[in-house]
Design a protein around this ligand. Structure first.
Ligand code: HEM
Ligand code: HEM
Length: 225
């Protein structure tokens, strides 16, 4: 932590969290395009789907063992904190990691993405594309999952992503740039706060966690008939 013009430079988003975020953005864009195109593009939909699922599983583990401000424990707030924050009575420490309202949207986005990827594994377009786990469940279950994946989940996700980008733009308009820290990792804060661990060892640990998550997903993909 270096002191600079009375501001404290704090590593908020460790490299694994930043790589996770921007890879997720690329993956979700690829999924939306390939999903809507259908047909031959479904091969890519599955590839992007497996990649995004491995990222999501990584993020769940990183939420337990990752850098300080990436841990779920650092942004699980009581409902009263969310209400106070919205009323403009936030605490200074809310500006370090995810704010109370930002945290709610992070959990919602992660949860909906997991539901989308999970139902994708069980979806079947009744033409050629069939998720790898469809053969282990009943037709009724496949229909339910496909209906959620096609008609419900994708709209909920679209709404949340629009809200997410809208919120980022709103903060930008209020002269609060949240994008820069998601690129560089650092925030210049008025209060001293501990940095997230982001050394070579923890980065190597993150890589190992992601490789294990990817191996789990590759195994699920291999279960396709
Ligand atoms: C498909 C689109 C997107 C998805 C699914 C998405 C998802 C997420 C998730 C899950 C987080 C939480 C990060 C974590 O703690 O792991 C996050 C945070 C963030 N995202 Fe996105 N994102 C998307 C697009 C974007 C875009 C286009 C931008 C900026 C131009 C952006 C900027 C940010 C920023 C600045 C944060 C940190 C917010 C904070 O400080 O609390 N995101 N996003
Ligand atoms: C977060 C990840 C995912 C997103 C955002 C996503 C999004 C979409 C979208 C937008 C569609 C087109 C729906 C329509 O026809 O209007 C679609 C269809 C489909 N997706 Fe995904 N998907 C994801 C993950 C997966 C995964 C992991 C799989 C399987 C391994 C999968 C399998 C399918 C199948 C089989 C369809 C065709 C459903 C049908 O037309 O009946 N998806 N997805």
């Amino acid at each position: 932590m270096h002191i600079q013009k009375n501001l404290f430079k704090v590593r908020v988003w460790d490299l694994p969290t930043r790589l996770f975020h921007w890879s997720l953005v690329a993956g979700v864009i690829g999924l939306a395009i390939s999903g809507l195109m259908g047909g031959n593009a479904m091969v890519w939909h599955f590839r992007f789907g497996y990649a995004v699922l491995s990222l999501l599983l990584f993020r769940v583990v990183w939420g337990l063992v990752g850098g300080r401000w990436s841990r779920f424990g650092a942004f699980i707030y009581a409902p009263t904190s969310v209400i106070n924050y919205l009323k403009g009575r936030g605490k200074p420490e809310h500006s370090v990691g995810h704010s109370p309202i930002g945290a709610a949207s992070v959990f919602a986005v992660l949860g909906l993405l997991l539901a989308q990827a999970g139902t994708g594994l069980l979806s079947d377009d009744e033409i050629a594309a069939s998720g790898p786990l469809t053969r282990f469940v009943s037709n009724a279950m496949v229909n339910l999952a496909t209906n959620y994946h096609k008609n419900i989940g994708k709209w909920l996700l679209l709404a949340l992503v629009v809200l997410h980008i809208g919120a980022i733009l709103f903060y930008l308009w209020r002269k609060h740039n949240l994008v820069k820290p998601m690129l560089s990792g650092d925030k210049d804060l008025a209060l001293a706060a501990p940095s997230s661990r982001d050394d070579a060892l923890s980065r190597a640990g993150a890589l190992l966690v992601w490789v294990l998550c990817a191996a789990l997903v590759a195994w699920m993909a291999s279960l396709a008939a």
